[in-house]
Structures are given as structure tokens and as C-alpha cells.
Design a protein around this ligand. Structure first.
Ligand SMILES: NC(=O)c1ccc[n+]([C@@H]2O[C@H](COP(=O)([O-])OP(=O)(O)OC[C@H]3O[C@@H](n4cnc5c(N)ncnc54)[C@H](O)[C@@H]3O)[C@@H](O)[C@H]2O)c1
Length: 408
């Protein structure tokens, strides 16, 4: 078995989660043709460096050296979105396999550059972490649609909603122009639409909004999670009242109780779109919907039935067969033999970490030239998502329907 030295760039939420996943690949999937071995991490803060070295691997604060290190064959990009393109281009130029977090890029131009660079080196992996492709229920949904079990698609609805984006969450890269909700959450929902139906919007009309136009400057640097976790336990009505006073002052050039930064992106996006074959759909994403935590899902309505999935209950797929005399939703357990990923006993449920293990496992299969369980997302797939994101922004800026053909 060949060993593959892995470097992870960024050691925030995804970098640390990914480190766990690589270590678990061989334990979950003993027959993996290539064994990923953690070699080095690019860490931004001292705490991250300590976290990496404590687990026995190297940490460096020299990003370029980490990317081009001749001892590494595979670079995993878990950096803030604005840093993806440069890191990916340098990694490909240095002959490394690349696994990159979503969204692949922050502009369509960047995504084109990455697609071109990958195309010039077809021997290298180009894979993007649209992680929800790795859910057994979604692998099964994709198969049902592909097999045409319920006929033609008529309508689609998808959502990716969270609730952590209130005024007590400090500013981070996620609120800069390159980190908004559409790229963060909407990109997943757009990829899932494509993954399950094989279709991308032809034309769309969108709106975006910002609920919190100014946020407090964080006291820490590094992972944005620190800001999210360090919220003071305070009455929410008081949080909003204090913030409103400060936000009004910031908007009018006045004094604020703590330094504030302007938010340059969307808190919420809604899209309506048309699909090939006459179907229509809608998509919503937000970080301000109480009661949702990581509520990502879809409903697909066909001529003779429907399919629905929700991450909150991710091991099950909802199936409605309208041809049966006894109509009703079936809650189908997809975490069992024959549905997608082997190894586990029936009904021993998957969680988020398992999805990451599956993703890393399938990257190893792909590098070894073996078929994946279900297709990984390539840079080209992610470019198509970026084109849709660009069309959404254009639609809202120009207040009109935009055809995807308008985006290069
Ligand atoms: N696929 C998924 O399900 C999923 C989930 C979460 C995040 N992500 C993606 O993963 C990537 C990283 O997100 P995260 O949640 O780990 O973020 P994070 O904020 O927790 O971590 C980002 C990392 O970059 C470092 N960093 C921050 N600012 C930096 C700077 N100016 N220069 C250099 N390093 C800097 C941080 O210290 C940290 O190591 C993003 O692209 C995000 O969209 C994907």
C-alpha cells in the first residue's frame, strides 16, 4: 500500500476536523488503496500550532513553504475563502494533489484559473469538499432521480439555514465580501441540486439582504469560531437594543461602545430559478433563522412522487410514491448495507465527521484510479456553482432575471 503525505492548510474548524478524518480513513475503510498520512499543517495562530504539534505532526506559519514542501504530495485547503485561489494555484504548480474547501473561489475568474490549472495537470486530484454528497441518503436520492423512478422533475425547493448570525457574533472573514451566506451555505445547496438532479439553473431572479450591517471588531484573530463561542450570556433583547444603538451611531459616523466593522456581504439570500425540461425551483440560505442550526435540505417534486432530505435527520430519505394506493411519506433508512458506504452495521448512524472520512476516502480512491462511491465534486463542478452565485449577485444588483449564459 502506498502512503500519501498530506498537508492541511488552515487549522480552524475544518482543518482540525479534517485531521481527524484522514486518521480515520484506514480505520473505517481498511481496503483503501492509498493511506493518507498527516505530515504538516499551516497554522495561523500559536494555539493552532500547539494543537497540531500536540498530535505529533509538524506545524508551520510559512504558508508558501507548506504548499511547496517537497515531502508533501497532497494539499488540503481549509483556509478562509479569499485565500483558496492562490493556495490552489501554487499547489498545482508544485505538482500536488488538491482537495479544496468550498466555495472553491470568490469570483468566477478565480475559479476559471483553477479549472485551467487543474486541466493542465490531469494526473493530479482536483476535488472540492461539497460534503453533503457523501451522505448515503443523498447518494440514494441521486440514484432514484437518475433512474427516473418518479418521472420528470416539476419543482425543486432547497434550503440551508443556520442561526448563529445575530448581533452578538463578532465580525470575521465570514462577513467580508468574500465570506457571505450565499457562498458559504448557498454553494452547498446549489451543488446538491446539481448532484441529485443533474441540473443547474438556466435563468434566475434573486434577492439578498443584510440584517446586521455593522459588527463588533473581534478581540481575537484566527478561527471565526472563537467569536461565535465567546458570546456573553446576556438577555437577547438587551443584545439587540445595545447593538442597535451602536449600529445607528456607526452608520452616522458617531461613537460606538466598542469598535465596529462594516459588513460587506449578505446575511440572507433567496433565489427563484428555472431548470432544463421546464421545472422551476427556489433556494434560501440564511444565518439568522432561529430554530435552525445546520438545516440543509431539499424537496423534489416529480410527476409521480416526491423525495425530501434534511441534514437534521440526515440518515433518512423521505420518499413519496404517488402511484401507490396508500399514499404517504416513507422514512427510508439509508445508513445500511447496499445504499452507499460499506463497513457499518445497519442503522449505526452517520454524523458530520463520518462524511469527512468518506470524502477523504474517496479522494484516495480517485488518486488510485478506482471509482468513487459517488462522484466527487471537481473544480469544474465548483466553477458552475460560482457562475450561479455570480448570476445571483447580478440579478440582485441589477434587479432583473439573469440567464446563466450571461456569465462567462
Ligand atoms: N464543507 C463544509 O461543510 C465546510 C464547513 C465549514 C467551513 N467550510 C469551509 O472551510 C474553509 C475554512 O473554514 P473554517 O470554518 O475552518 O474557518 P475558521 O475560521 O475556523 O478557520 C480558518 C483558518 O484560517 C486561518 N486564518 C484566518 N484568517 C487568516 C489570515 N488572514 N491569514 C491566514 N490564515 C488565516 C484561521 O486561523 C484558521 O486556521 C472555508 O472556505 C469554509 O467555507 C466548509
Amino acid at each position: 500500500m502506498r502512503e500519501l503525505p498530506v498537508t492541511i492548510l488552515g487549522f480552524g474548524m475544518m482543518g482540525t476536523a479534517r485531521a481527524v478524518a484522514y486518521e480515520a480513513v484506514m480505520r473505517y475503510y481498511g481496503a483503501t488503496p492509498i493511506k493518507p498520512v498527516l505530515y504538516q499543517a499551516y497554522t495561523y495562530t500559536d494555539a493552532e500550532a500547539a494543537g497540531a504539534t500536540a498530535t505529533g505532526w509538524e506545524a508551520t506559519k510559512d504558508l508558501d513553504a507548506a504548499i511547496t514542501n517537497p515531502k508533501t504530495e497532497y494539499v488540503d485547503v481549509c483556509l478562509p475563502n479569499a485565500m483558496h485561489c492562490d493556495a490552489v494555484l501554487k499547489a498545482i504548480a508544485a505538482g500536488k494533489h488538491v482537495f479544496c474547501e468550498k466555495p472553491l473561489s470568490v469570483t468566477v475568474e478565480e475559479a476559471h484559473k483553477m479549472v485551467d490549472a487543474a486541466a493542465a495537470k490531469p494526473e493530479l486530484l482536483n476535488s472540492v469538499n461539497f460534503i453533503y454528497r457523501r451522505v448515503p441518503a443523498n447518494v440514494y436520492a441521486r440514484k432514484l432521480v437518475k433512474d427516473g423512478v418518479f418521472g420528470k422533475l416539476l419543482e425543486a425547493r432547497s434550503f440551508y439555514n443556520q442561526s448563529w448570525g445575530g448581533p452578538d457574533t463578532d465580525y470575521s472573514w465570514r462577513f467580508s465580501a468574500t465570506g457571505g451566506t450565499l457562498g458559504d451555505l448557498g454553494s452547498h445547496a446549489l451543488d446538491m441540486l446539481y448532484y441529485t438532479t443533474g441540473m443547474r439553473p438556466i435563468e434566475l431572479c434573486a434577492m439578498q439582504s443584510v440584517h446586521i450591517p455593522y459588527r463588533y471588531k473581534p478581540a481575537t484573530v484566527g478561527s471565526d469560531l472563537e467569536g461565535r463561542y465567546n458570546k456573553k450570556a446576556k438577555d437577547l433583547a438587551e443584545v439587540w437594543a445595545d447593538w442597535r444603538k451602536d449600529a445607528d451611531a456607526a452608520a452616522n459616523g458617531g461613537e460606538t461602545s466598542r469598535p465596529m466593522l462594516k459588513v460587506d456581504t449578505d446575511d440572507v439570500t433567496r433565489i427563484m430559478y428555472t431548470l432544463p425540461g421546464g421545472a422551476v425551483g427556489s433556494l434560501e440560505c440564511t444565518r439568522n433563522a432561529w430554530g435552525t442550526e445546520n438545516t440543509h435540505g431539499y424537496e423534489l417534486y416529480f410527476e409521480r412522487g416526491a423525495i425530501r432530505w434534511n441534514y437534521d435527520d440526515m440518515n433518512y430519505l423521505g420518499i413519496y410514491d404517488a402511484s401507490k394506493p396508500e399514499r404517504g411519506w416513507s422514512r427510508v433508512l439509508c445508513n445500511r448495507g447496499g445504499f452507499a458506504y460499506p463497513t457499518f452495521a445497519d442503522g449505526h448512524m452517520f454524523g458530520y465527521r463520518d462524511l469527512l472520512v468518506n470524502a477523504c476516502y474517496e479522494n484516495m480512491l480517485k488518486i488510485a484510479g478506482q471509482p468513487e462511491v459517488a462522484p466527487i465534486a471537481t473544480f469544474q463542478d465548483a466553477l458552475d456553482v460560482e457562475r450561479t452565485i455570480e448570476a445571483v449577485r447580478k440579478s440582485w444588483t441589477e434587479k432583473r432575471w439573469v440567464k446563466l449564459d450571461e456569465i462567462a
